[in-house]
Design a protein around this ligand. Sequence first.
Ligand code: SAM
Length: 207
Amino acid sequence: MSIWSGDRWCDHEYDNLQTIKNNNVKSIIEFGCGVGTKLFLDNCDNITSVEFYTKDKTLAKSLKISSDEWMLKCKEKYKKYTNWNPILIELTDKFIMAEKDITGKTLGLPRGSNPLNEDYLVELGDIIDEILYETKYDMGFVDAGVHFRGDIVNVLFNKIDIITVHDVNNRAHGGNIYGYLRIKCPKNYEHTKGIKSVSGLSIYKKK
Ligand SMILES: C[S@@+](CC[C@H](N)C(=O)[O-])C[C@H]1O[C@@H](n2cnc3c(N)ncnc32)[C@H](O)[C@@H]1O
């Protein structure tokens, strides 16, 4: 099967498309680009894809996180789209330490742990604030090739009115391999779920 073939990785498409149509979404910032990016590019005016990565391919393989190769493939695939803004962000040591804790590579920590040191959260907030300072987005979509996805969701609350989050039905490793147990939904957002995604799509919408 081609790497561009659809599978469970993009079983969020139906529910995301309904969310786009029902809320007149014109602009999206997605964390983690891939096959599903095409749906957004074809249905919205302005898409930014943020890809966190490490240049160290051995480390990427060991932690099961993204290297820069993937974004290069995406850049080639979507080069004709003028409504696409890809952003590559290299993971610093603080993020890598957190990834090692989460993925059980730190001695004594099982896969699905919360990071011991939360310093990466400050950096994450700064990175996202800088991107959002440039442009306002109607919707955020979190499906990144790293494991601190739950922390990305927390940063987006009260900065973006609609946030969708993929793979929330993943119960492996205590259901926390993507840090989704760390999500703190504020009272001014309502939380629903998509109806077709088997992997699970959470939809957070500002009331
Ligand atoms: C679960 S995928 C989802 C990407 C996108 N949101 C989609 O729906 O297609 C998340 C991450 O996995 C990585 N990835 C996806 N497909 C890949 C492939 N065929 N080979 C290597 N990495 C891949 C990328 O880092 C991507 O950001």
